[in-house]
Design a protein around this ligand. Structure first.
Ligand code: PEP
Ligand code: MG
Length: 327
C-alpha cells in the first residue's frame, strides 16, 4: 500500500547515506548530541501498520498518533467502545514491548472532517475543548477506550494522551479533569502522562502557568503558523515559514518552560529549523516516517551550541530570517 511505498522510499534513502541498521539490530530513539544533551526522535503516525514497519528497525516512540484517522476510516468506532479498545490495542501492540505512543484526542478540523463527528449540525464549527464540551459522549468514550486498551493490551509502557487545540488554562483544566476522572474509573494504574498541543497562539501566553499541571507540551507548528499569519492550511507558501512574528511568539511562550516540549508539526521534520528548535528548548522531535532518517542524521551531526535565536528575534523581514536559517 501507500505506507509501504513511503517506507521503501525511506529505506532506499538510508541505503544511499549508508545508515541502515544491520538486520536484527534496532536503533534506539534517543540521540546524544555533540554536547552530551539527549533528545528523542519520534514518529508521527495515523495507523498501526506504519508503526509496525518502523518498529522493525527502531525502538518505537510515537510522538503524535492522529486518532481521528481511525475514526475517519471507520466511523462506527465513535460509539463502539469494544471495537475502539481493540483498535487502540492494535496500535499499542504495534509499538512493541519497549515502545510508547502519544495518542492525540480526536482533533476535528476542516482537513480531517466527518459529519459523523457531530451529533448536531450546529456543533460542526466547534474545535478543541469547545467540541469536547458539546460532544461529551464521544469525548469520554474515547478516553475510556484508551485507558481500557492500556489495561487489556498495553505493555506497561507509559500511556501518553494529548489534547489538540488548547487555548487557555480553562480549556486544559477541562480536559485534565476528564482524563483524571476516567483514569480513576478505569482502574488503570500504569504510568500515565497528560499533555497538550500548542497550536493556537493564545496558548503561548499561558504555558508558564499551565506547566504546573501539564506533563508535556507538543508544538503543532502546522496550525500555529497558519493562525499567526491568518491563512488557511490549504494554501501554504514556502515563505510563510520565515514569518518574524512566529518566532517571537514561540520564544515568548517557551522561555520559562521546564517541562518536556516536543514538536510534531512539519517544521520539526525540516533540517534547516532543527538548530533553532534545539535552542528554543525542544527535546523531542516527532516526524513522519519519510523524514525520520534524514532528521536522525542531521541531529547526530548538528552543532548544538549554535546560537541564532537572539539575532533572529530582532529581524523584521522573512527574507532576513530565511537567510539566517539557511546559512
Ligand atoms: C499541527 O497542527 O502542527 C499538527 C501536528 O497537527 P495536525 O497537522 O494534525 O493539525
Ligand atoms: Mg494541528
Amino acid at each position: 500500500g501507500e505506507t509501504g511505498a513511503v517506507y521503501e522510499a525511506r529505506e532506499r534513502m538510508s541505503d544511499v547515506i549508508g545508515a541502515s541498521a544491520p538486520t536484527g539490530v534496532r536503533e534506539d530513539n534517543s540521540i546524544t548530541l555533540a554536547d552530551g544533551r539527549v533528545v528523542r526522535l519520534s514518529l508521527n503516525a495515523d495507523d498501526a501498520e506504519t508503526i509496525r514497519e518502523h518498529g522493525l528497525h527502531h525502538r518505537v516512540s510515537v510522538g503524535l498518533f492522529r486518532t481521528e484517522f481511525l475514526y475517519l476510516r471507520d466511523t462506527s468506532l465513535l460509539f463502539d467502545e469494544k471495537r475502539s479498545v481493540a483498535a487502540y490495542g492494535e496500535v499499542m501492540r504495534a509499538a512493541g514491548q519497549d515502545g510508547s505512543v502519544t495518542f492525540r484526542l480526536l482533533d476535528v478540523d476542516e482537513d480531517k472532517f466527518s459529519a459523523h463527528f457531530f451529533t448536531k449540525p450546529g456543533n460542526r464549527g466547534l474545535r478543541g475543548a469547545d467540541y469536547y464540551r458539546a460532544e461529551p459522549e464521544i469525548f469520554h468514550a474515547q478516553i475510556r477506550s484508551l485507558f481500557q486498551a492500556a489495561i487489556e493490551h498495553g505493555s506497561g509502557a507509559e500511556l501518553r494522551i494529548m489534547a489538540p487545540m488548547m487555548r487557555t488554562p480553562e480549556d486544559w483544566q477541562f480536559v485534565l479533569s476528564a482524563l483524571q476522572a476516567e483514569q480513576e474509573r478505569s482502574g488503570y494504574e500504569g504510568p500515565f502522562r497528560a499533555g497538550m498541543m500548542v497550536e493556537i497562539p493564545s496558548a503561548l501566553f499561558s504555558m508558564e502557568r499551565m506547566q504546573q499541571s501539564v506533563d508535556f507540551f507538543s508544538l503543532g507548528t502546522n496550525d500555529l503558523l497558519r493562525y499567526v499569519i491568518g491563512k488557511s492550511r490549504s494554501q501554504p507558501a514556502p515563505d510563510d515559514l520565515y514569518e518574524p512574528a512566529f518566532y517571537r511568539l514561540l520564544f515568548h511562550g517557551m522561555r520559562r518552560i521546564k517541562r518536556e516540549v516536543s514538536i510534531c508539526g512539519m517544521m520539526g521534520a525540516r533540517v534547516e529549523f532543527l538548530p533553532l528548535f534545539l535552542e528554543l528548548g525542544v527535546t523531542n522531535f516527532s516526524v513522519p516516517l519519510g523524514a525520520y532518517e534524514t532528521v536522525r542524521q542531521r541531529l547526530m551531526s548538528i552543532d548544538p551550541q549554535q546560537r541564532m535565536l537572539r539575532a533572529l528575534l530582532r529581524m523584521q523581514s522573512r527574507a532576513e530570517i530565511r537567510e539566517a536559517l539557511q546559512s
